[in-house]
Design a protein around this ligand. Sequence first.
Ligand code: CMX
Length: 139
Amino acid sequence: MMGKKIDHIGVAVRSIKEVLPFYEKTLGLTFLGEEVVESQRVKVAFLQIGESKIELLEPTSNESAVAKFIDKRGEGIHHLAIGVDKIEDRIEEFIKNGIPMIDEAARQGAGGANIAFMHPKGTNGVLVELCEKRGGGCS
Ligand code: CMX
């Protein structure tokens, strides 16, 4: 099987600070930390939920893909991240099978993980992230 588990679900928010009490206090999830991913123009925060995580995504610029998403659709579920092994092999397979990839090579995401996004036009409207951990987290 290609996917090992759901690594995380990405949720687009206007302000991590404003929504964090809902996830931490109301839902009782454990806050794992936050970081800025400059290349994606987002600040991210992770919360543990079982063996998976919720990733809150706050745009740091109006040019960010997440800012564009919130403008068009409002806050809400932004992407599904699937944990995989050998991400470069997975990407190669998908390209060979004509599946549209946003990233045709893995790049570095939050926590130093290797990630690649698949285009929602090839996945029935869901932005899917492939995520390979090399000791760190995924973004
Ligand atoms: N989920 C599902 N569909 C999405 C989407 C999302 N998150 N974001 C955009 N789309 C859809 C749009 O609704 C639109 O559909 P229609 O053509 O049917 O209207 C289509 O994709 C094109 O959207 P757009 O607003 O014109 O935006 P772009 O084409 O400029 O960009 C996308 C869309 C997915 C290629 C871009 O957002 C992208 O490259 N995303 C991957 C990177 C990313 O999201 N980074 C932020 C998170 C980083 C992290 O986790 O570290």
